[in-house]
Design a binder for this molecule. Structure first.
Ligand code: NAI
Length: 330
């Protein structure tokens, strides 16, 4: 099948070229992101392959459908950037990679927690400068702390298992309570109790109309003083301005983000020679207890290999008229 792959970075090309040998699809790699200006570049393709920040709005889908595109293949798990209703109306199928490595994201979540807590980023710089003073580097034992996880799907459950290994008490909130999570030792509760009792809160639910700005002024007020807040899920789950207020009054003592509400204008590109215009983001960067990574939680060799193979399998299944196990519907 002819596939146009938008937003192609060198690492996408590497893993998709390697995996493609087994599938026989003809992939046209384009560095530009998909949006209403670039959609025309999919001419001649029956499938387009896109990532988290590509714009897959109704207008873009209309343009793609008019060009003869039949399939939108997401090379990611989240699909909040796709107008699924418009896709359905236009007869376009949408597939995704529901799981490629929950370990990658869960382990990165722990990297954020441990770095914020034990300040290894600061220690690294100090030691390289011959400064062995410990002042300012004190952390706390994770053992015995209460961690609240919102969303106990694949990533939330792996995170829970790791935290259990550290000796944490894990509280969970999910709209669907899983037996698997209970078996891991997760204590399901409501959001009120989770906010009130958690020393660390980590978000692992999808971005939906229900979870948009779930973390806001009101929910922050209900959290413990000095809480650590971690988001490796989707930026929109957090009201960033409310979190900045929480940081300023020291209600939130640590913030770890791999995602940001307005990341579409920033992440995945080298912006180091530019003046960043996003004042909210720059305010976040000014806190020494805020750690931000640029949506890299998924970025492991294992995950990239799985993403490429599952995406190409999804495309083959569509081409061969097979049942689409990874189809996303409204
Ligand atoms: P999943 O679908 O296995 O689990 C999501 C869980 O959230 C489900 O158990 C679901 O019932 C629950 N949920 C849905 N609505 C909820 C609500 N309103 N309140 C509480 N829980 C709710 O998804 P998975 O694989 O665990 O991924 C979770 C999220 O992580 C994805 O939606 C995606 O946004 C994000 N993600 C981030 C990556 C990164 O690189 N930073 C990579 C992969 C995923």
């Amino acid at each position: 099948m002819n596939v146009t792959l938008f937003n192609a970075k060198p690492y996408d090309q590497q893993f998709f070229r390697e995996a493609a040998q087994a599938f026989g699809h003809d992939i046209n790699f384009l560095e530009v992101p998909l949006n209403s200006t670039t959609a025309v570049l999919a001419k001649g393709a029956e499938a387009v392959c896109v990532f988290v920040n590509d714009v897959v709005s109704a207008a873009v889908l209309q343009e793609l459908a008019a060009l003869g595109v039949k399939l939108i293949a997401l090379r990611c798990a989240g699909y909040n950037n796709v107008d699924l209703i418009a896709a359905g109306e236009l007869g376009l199928s949408v597939v995704r990679v529901p799981a490629y490595s929950p370990y990658a994201v869960a382990e990165h979540t722990l990297a954020l927690i441990l770095t914020l807590n034990r300040k290894t980023h600061r220690a690294y710089n100090r030691v390289r400068e011959g400064n062995f003073a410990l002042t300012g580097l004190m952390g706390f034992d994770l053992h015995g702390k209460t961690v609240g996880l919102i969303g106990l799907g694949q990533i939330g459950r792996v995170t829970a298992g790791i935290l259990k290994g550290f000796g944490c008490r894990v509280l969970g909130f999910d709209v669907n309570q899983s037996e698997e999570a209970v078996a891991l030792g997760v204590e399901f509760t409501d959001l009120h109790r989770l906010y009130a009792e958690s020393d660390i809160i980590s978000l692992h639910c999808p971005l939906t109309p229900e979870t948009l700005h779930l973390i806001n002024e009101e929910s922050i007020a209900r959290m413990k003083d000095g809480v650590m807040l971690i988001n490796t899920s989707r930026g929109g789950i957090i009201d960033t301005k409310a979190v900045i207020k929480g940081l300023k009054c020291e209600k939130i003592k640590y913030l770890g983000l791999d995602v940001y509400e307005e990341e579409g204008n920033l992440f995945f590109e080298d912006q180091s020679a530019k003046v960043i215009q996003d004042d909210v983001f720059m305010r976040l960067l000014s806190f020494n207890n805020v750690l931000i990574t640029g949506h890299q939680a998924f970025f492991t060799t294992e995950a990239m290999r799985n993403i490429a193979e599952i995406t190409l399998q999804n495309i083959s299944d569509f081409e061969q008229g097979k049942a689409l196990t990874n189809q996303v519907r409204p």
